[in-house]
Ligand binder design. Structure first.
Ligand code: PLP
Ligand code: COI
Length: 340
């Protein structure tokens, strides 16, 4: 294993030894290639550069206390990538190819999988780009699907501790019938100014309302939102948020714990009624929310009165982490051992 101080890792990019690539040409996927070059040679008129024909995914590999390395729900990431492909007219990456390449790239870079104790993980970043030249607005005929990995620390400062969020009304991340449900680069380009604004104001993350009515909670930065009250896990139903695999898992875990689960619109003023709330995602895991400010409406919804994560969020976090690290029974078969 590389001699790095894993516990001090930020959520950033560190080069590893290999990435894996597969080209789609003449209507079919080719052979998987192992590559040590961090660069891609592409045509200057490639559709990914001009018309945003780009999709990505994010998942993690965990070095577990039993010595094995597990990956969490990669079939779900494959399915979401396929949905994105349909959304922006790219050829679907078959689940078997996706899983084969994830497994391969993790094994090839196993020296970079952080220790269990460090709390850091190996972030896996699959991406699919339109490669062939187009000047008219049309899909490419050739594509590159590749996966790189990089060891990462916590996405939000402090890991599992509360952070303040702010509702940004000046910018929308995605339109009600736009690409918000897909994991395409354009959504993140649209979020950069809101994210900077939130950070400049001293908040951990920006919060989006629904773009049409500016009335309902959508999602926060690169994470879904959940609130907890009356033994119920409540999370937004919206046509413009990314279907988070972490959120889907938490809904199941909440149900397993005997809680009610509601996926529905959440009006902003309902925030005042939540006993706990959090942002959730692969990078964020669960990031408990201390308060959500709405500066324009001069409102501050204080969620954690003592500034600490609440008991249910903590229980959900421990359960999810336990499954990911193989210390809790994986009754839903969510993890796959990629290194024995
Ligand atoms: N929402 C957005 C916009 C994201 O980028 C992510 C990260 O992938 C999520 C939510 C969380 O999704 P997941 O739990 O599948 O990582
Ligand atoms: C993830 O949680 O995987 C994300 O996509 C977050 C991000 C860095 C965009």
């Amino acid at each position: 294993m590389k001699n790095l101080d894993w516990s001090k890792l930020p959520f950033g990019y560190i080069p590893t030894d290999y990435n894996v690539r597969c080209y789609y040409r003449d209507g079919k996927w080719g052979e998987v290639e192992v590559c040590s070059d961090e660069y891609i040679k592409m045509h200057m008129a490639a559709t990914c550069l001009h018309y945003g024909q780009e999709a990505f995914e994010g998942l993690k590999a965990y070095r577990c206390p039993d010595g094995k390395v597990r990956v969490f729900r990669m079939d779900e990431n494959a399915a979401r990538l396929q949905s994105t492909c349909r959304g922006i007219l790219m050829p679907e990456v078959p689940t078997e190819l996706f899983e084969e390449m994830v497994t391969k790239v993790v094994r090839l870079n196993q020296d970079y999988i952080p220790t269990y104790e460090s709390g850091a993980t190996l972030y896996i970043r699959p991406l699919l780009v339109g490669m062939s030249a187009q000047v008219g607005v049309h899909p490419a005929s050739e594509y590159l699907f590749m996966i790189f990995v990089t060891p990462v620390g916590p996405y939000f400062k402090g890991g599992f501790s509360t952070n303040p969020y702010v509702i940004i009304r000046e910018f929308d991340r995605s339109a009600p019938l736009g690409t918000g449900i897909y994991k395409v680069g354009g959504n993140y380009a649209a979020s950069l100014r809101a994210n900077k604004m939130a950070h400049d104001l001293g908040y951990a993350c920006e919060f989006y309302l629904d773009a049409k009515e500016k009335k309902y909670m959508d999602e926060c930065g690169a994470a879904n939102f959940f609130g907890i009250k009356d033994n119920t896990y409540v999370t937004p139903k919206s046509t413009s948020i990314l279907p988070s695999i972490t959120n889907k898992s938490l809904m199941q875990l909440a149900e397993d714990m005997g809680m009610k689960v509601e996926r529905r619109q959440i009006p902003e003023d309902e925030l005042a009624t939540f006993e706990e709330a959090g942002a959730c995602g692969t990078a964020a895991v669960i990031s408990p929310i201390s308060k959500i400010d709405d500066l324009e409406n001069k409102k501050s919804y204080v969620i954690s009165k003592d500034g600490k994560p609440g008991p249910i969020s903590t229980k959900l976090y421990n359960k999810l982490r336990g499954i990911q690290y193989g210390t809790e029974p994986d009754i839903h078969n969510w993890t796959k051992v990629v290194i024995e």
